[in-house]
Ligand binder design. Structure first.
Ligand SMILES: O=C[C@H](O)[C@H](O)[C@H](O)COP(=O)(O)O
Length: 232
């Protein structure tokens, strides 16, 4: 198995973010390799006596947190979340707008982020970009019914569309039973408008552009973890 070269940085930032959680909070638990380090660090804090309620953003994160003994709840019972901590595929300098969903968890992640008082994004600093779309495609979750027509409409607003497949070559299916179309737009100077244009297409369930959601970013680099706010 290939070792992730950024694993050390992801661990550093996951552990730093776990220190933001306080007793009694309702906490959105993100998804992905960086969020896994957060969940593991929270598991250690739980074992030391910290008590909070976790709202997982995917089945994978739910299983990981449950194994560590963290108390979890259903989003429906806790529709107001104090703090969500999640990874990202790209973070735009200045705005902290994000691309998320390369791991396929964007719909639950976006619902949880939209209902959180604060969202903190965690990543190694290679994820910081001048414009979203510079390196990553925008994942778009679509209904299986009519996906070809939805794909065509996405093409008409400028995307090069690639249906996501799993390692066996079958369509990748999300936790919500939908498909993902990875949309390459190239670097975008108009991500907020692009998000609206994508979401206006019938058949689109949600898209991986997170606009105005993250309040701060914790970024790990060779010199340690630093905090970046919006507008900096
Ligand atoms: O669907 C996956 C999520 O949006 C992840 O938070 C995102 O892909 C970042 O994942 P990682 O920390 O593994 O790079």
């Amino acid at each position: 198995m290939n070792e992730d070269p950024a694993a050390g940085l992801k661990r550093d930032v996951g552990e730093a973010a776990a220190r933001l959680v306080e007793d009694g909070m309702v906490v959105g638990l993100g998804t992905g390799s960086t969020a896994n380090f957060l969940i593991d660090a929270l598991g250690r804090r739980w074992a030391e006596g910290l008590r909070f309620t976790g709202i997982p953003t995917s089945i994978r994160s739910e299983e990981r947190a449950r194994k560590l003994g963290i108390a979890l709840s259903d989003f429906g019972r806790h529709p107001e979340i104090d703090l969500t901590i999640d990874g990202a595929d790209e973070i735009e300098e200045g705005t902290l707008n994000l691309v998320k969903g390369l791991g396929g968890a964007l719909l639950r992640e976006k619902i949880v982020a939209a209902n959180s008082r604060r969202m903190v994004v965690i990543a190694d600093d290679s994820k910081l970009v001048r414009h979203l779309g510079s390196k990553a495609p925008v994942p778009v979750e679509v209904t299986p019914f009519g996906w070809e027509a939805t794909s065509h409409r996405l093409g008409a607003i400028g995307a090069r569309v690639q249906p996501r497949r799993d390692p066996k070559g079958d369509f990748f299916v999300t936790d919500g039973g939908n498909l993902i179309l990875d949309c390459v737009f190239g670097p975008m100077e108009d991500a907020p408008q692009r998000e609206r244009a994508i979401r206006d297409i019938v058949g689109v369930v949600e898209c991986g552009l997170f606009i105005g959601r993250a309040e701060i970013a914790l970024l790990a680099g060779p010199n340690g973890v630093h905090t970046v706010g919006r507008g900096t």
